[in-house]
Design a binder for this molecule. Structure first.
Ligand code: PMV
Length: 347
């Protein structure tokens, strides 16, 4: 097939890991498997316009962020194009205009790399599908996740919905280091519409990027034990998703979050991404849980913000508590209400 010009538009959500990906081998292969909830409200919306061109020696693209040219994102995209070119050999035949925006505030400290790379991968796959219309839906989404992984590891978990596993785990059917797959077993209704309220503690630039953090796992004294633990925790979650045991869920999820940050604190050089208010919030959640028995817990990604996770039926009480006790620890009192969602969609 061949096509002269056109455009697509896709949205892709962020995701929050329950078992964390931290450490990788070459070519964006994770050192351990991870599992995440796909989010619903925090997403990137990307429009890709393409036009056939004659000079086909280099990549050609313009980048717009919220409608304005954005030069400082271009090297990331250039690198992505270089990595995926072998899998999308037509890329140099077109000039692209990539027009992207996020539904969450730019400097919120919410990483947009997962949603951004996922939205971009969907658009490029859409072009491949136009060129090869016979491809199956299964191939389309698998390869989109494969490509997103090459942009940013965790992005491969933002293509599909609800609960996504990335990384080879013996007892999870079809799991792969190369792309994310929807969790293939029963999920208890306790997890239906699970809520994630993101408390924005610190919106500043991180002192240590996740790329550097992953690399520091190479000579890390606890790396091997940590990678084994991730397999064990994922194993536990399989049972928990089936039986709906929220106490057990909380133990795995909070331990994973603290272990992620413990790996940062025990790498060389060592670093701390949590802020004093991160700890205030964690202690507040523990106190509230003890007093009310409401199964609310926290998780963290590579930053100071706190994701507060809880079942839908606890929403009213938890939001009351957040407003009364935790908003004081958020930068400018900001937080974002999100919940489990379905993955990338064409607009
Ligand atoms: O996708 P990356 O390279 O930005 O790594 C993300 C790492 C964590 O967010 C800390 C954990 C995860 O599994 O998402």
């Amino acid at each position: 097939g061949s096509i002269e010009n056109g455009n697509f538009e896709w949205s892709a959500p962020s995701n929050i890991a329950l078992v964390k990906y931290w450490g990788k081998k070459n070519d964006q292969i994770p050192a351990n498997p991870s599992v995440s909830f796909t989010l619903n409200n925090c997403k990137t919306i990307t429009k890709l316009a393409f036009e056939k061109r004659s000079n086909q020696k280099v990549f050609s693209f313009d980048l717009l962020f919220e409608g304005k040219p954005k030069e400082d994102f271009k090297p990331k995209i250039q690198k992505f194009l270089e990595r995926v070119e072998v899998y999308l050999p037509f890329l140099k035949e077109y000039h692209f205009t990539i027009d992207t925006q996020n539904t969450f505030p730019h400097s919120s400290g919410i990483a947009s790399s997962a949603s951004g790379m996922a939205a971009l991968a969907m658009n490029f796959m859409n072009l491949e599908k136009v060129l090869n219309p016979e491809m199956t839906d299964e191939y389309f989404y698998k390869k989109a996740s494969f490509l997103a992984r090459l942009g940013s590891g965790s992005a491969c978990r933002s293509i599909k919905g609800n609960v996504v596993v990335w990384g080879n785990q013996e007892n999870i059917k079809d799991s792969s280091d190369l792309f994310g797959v929807e969790f293939p077993y029963t999920i208890h209704e306790n997890f239906k519409n699970y809520q994630d309220t993101i408390l924005l503690v610190d919106k500043g630039e991180k002192q240590v990027s996740s790329t550097v953090g992953h690399d520091l796992m190479h000579d890390h004294p606890y790396a091997e034990r940590r990678f084994a633990q991730a397999h064990e925790n994922l194993d536990q979650l399989i049972g928990i998703f089936e039986n709906g045991d929220l106490d057990a869920f909380i133990k795995v999820v909070e331990s994973e979050a603290l272990t992620l940050h413990a790996m940062m604190m025990t790498s060389m050089p060592y670093f701390i991404l949590m802020k004093p208010n991160t700890l205030q919030i964690i202690n507040g959640i523990w106190k509230f849980r003890k007093e009310t028995q409401i199964p609310v817990c926290f998780t963290l990604d590579a930053g100071a913000n706190v994701h507060v996770l809880y079942p839908k039926n606890a929403k009213e009480k938890v939001l009351q508590f957040i407003q009364a006790e935790l908003v004081a620890f958020c930068q400018n009192g900001q937080y974002i209400c999100d919940e489990i969602g379905d993955g990338a969609i064409a607009l």
